[in-house]
Design a protein around this ligand. Structure first.
Ligand SMILES: *Cc1c(COP(=O)(O)O)cnc(C)c1O
Length: 433
């Protein structure tokens, strides 16, 4: 273990980690990044095949994003957003409004904060409209919306949630349209609609006490990249409208091109009442999250009375450096025709993964946009960690979720990178139990 790894174990508490496991698997000590590469103390290069926990879009140390942040740094690094405003946050809000069709942007720093904001805003909307009894939330089975106490209440991942159960608000989970759960011979769409029927049955009974339904559109990331038919989203939108319940689209992981369209909701022609954004929004550079909402929601808070307003705040709300990074990201999307270029990259990578799709241990091979995943049959209990370790030895950073192996590469990956990921995976499937 190097000195940096050792000091890290002594003085840091790493996220989502049993610290004792670091005795056997010390953290990668990264000193530099370059495009899709992470470079450690010894100069060894690792392909960042999961975009540093799904945040990076255009590579590390991207010159254009670097330039935008550097430029902003010499103007104003930060100013509070209560009673002050600035060009980067206004411009970003204008552009997001045009892109998402939701005209009011409230900012936070992390994804979980965006979830909290959306939940509180939805509840407060109904209260301002004379329906204070609408104070419950529903979400999808195996859904993930962050790990602060409010967000964890609508998250449904036992490993993250069970220890904290006594702290959490009750929320009901609707059947997940994850197509792996479909019956033999049932299409993803038919299964999605069957799940939507269960949603309707729940709404019929409980809509009076429900403020909002929160879901991850098209791909449930932390569930192991569970994918489902857009038909579910379209139907959920109809049902939420019919039963007077807000739809919160948590696009924290799937937004910004991840599923092939700028926002995943577009694939179902759906506009949510709230859209939560984070992760890729700043290209993986700086913590920034945003909740976009409708004129209708905004109007319910607009009054002379202070307490009718949304009196929520975070110190770093709308940080100018983070907003400049986000603006640079949107510029790159436009200037480089990223969505179109990604379609070609996805085709190439898909073709390279064909042998893996047909590997005898691979089940439910799936892809949407720039996310690929499959489940591994006969995975031993320590599979995820052993696979991750084996991948590092081959210069690829991968972190399976249980028996689900996935790729969520930065959009700057080229064919040689794809070949390396495919090759490493093939070897690991043949050697890791
Ligand atoms: C990562 C994630 C969050 C939480 O974001 P943090 O920035 O980690 O708090 C919420 N929802 C989804 C869908 C996510 O993938």
């Amino acid at each position: 273990m190097s000195s940096l790894q050792d000091r890290s174990r002594q003085f840091l508490w790493h996220p989502c980690t049993q610290m004792k496991h670091l005795e056997a698997q010390p953290p990668l000590a990264i000193v530099r990044g370059e495009g899709p590469w992470l470079i450690d103390e010894a100069g060894k290069r690792y392909l960042d095949a999961i975009s540093s926990w799904w945040v990076n879009l255009f590579g590390h140390a991207n010159p254009r994003i670097n330039a935008a942040i550097t430029d902003q740094l010499s103007k104003i690094e930060h100013v509070m957003l209560a009673g002050c405003t600035h060009e980067p946050v206004v411009q970003l809000s204008e552009r997001l409004a045009r892109l998402a069709g939701l005209g009011h942007a409230f900012y936070g720093s992390d994804g979980a904060a965006a979830t909290e904001i959306a939940l509180k805003m939805s509840f407060h909307f109904w209260r301002n409209r004379g329906k204070p009894g609408k104070c419950n939330f529903i979400s999808l089975q195996n859904g993930y919306h962050g790990e602060t106490v409010g967000a964890l209440s609508v998250t449904d991942v036992a490993l993250f949630k069970d220890q904290y159960a006594p702290l959490l608000r009750q929320s009901a989970q609707m059947p997940s349209p994850d197509f792996r759960l479909a019956e033999a011979g049932e299409t993803a769409e038919a299964f999605a609609l069957r799940c939507a029927d269960a949603l309707e049955a729940h709404l019929q009974q409980h809509a009076d006490s429900i403020a909002a339904f929160i879901l991850e559109p098209l791909v449930q990331g932390a569930a192991g990249m569970a994918m489902y038919s857009p038909a579910y989203l379209a139907r959920a939108r109809e049902l939420c409208t019919r039963y007077g319940v807000h739809l919160i689209a948590d696009e924290i992981a799937v937004g910004f091109g991840r599923t092939g369209t700028l926002f995943a909701c577009e694939q179902a022609g759906v506009k949510a009442d709230f859209m939560c954004l984070s992760k890729g929004i700043s290209g993986g550079y700086l913590p920034l999250s945003c909740v976009l909402t409708t004129d209708e929601v905004y109007a319910a808070f607009y009054a002379d009375e202070t307490a009718r307003g949304f009196l929520h705040s975070h110190s770093y709300t709308g940080n100018p450096l983070a907003c400049r990074a986000a603006l640079a990201v949107l510029d790159i999307f436009e200037a480089d025709g990223v969505l179109e270029a990604n379609r070609k990259k996805a085709e190439t990578f898909g073709a390279l993964l064909e042998p893996i799709r047909h590997h005898p241990r691979v089940r439910h091979f799936r892809n949407r946009g720039m996310i690929w995943a499959f489940d591994v049959a006969g995975a031993a209990p320590g599979f995820a960690r052993a696979f991750a370790e084996g991948a590092l030895a081959q210069g690829v950073l991968l972190r399976p979720i249980g028996a689900a192996v996935y790729f969520m590469p930065p959009y700057v990956m080229e064919e040689a990178h794809m070949e390396q990921m495919a090759r490493a995976t093939q070897t690991l499937l043949d050697t890791i139990d």
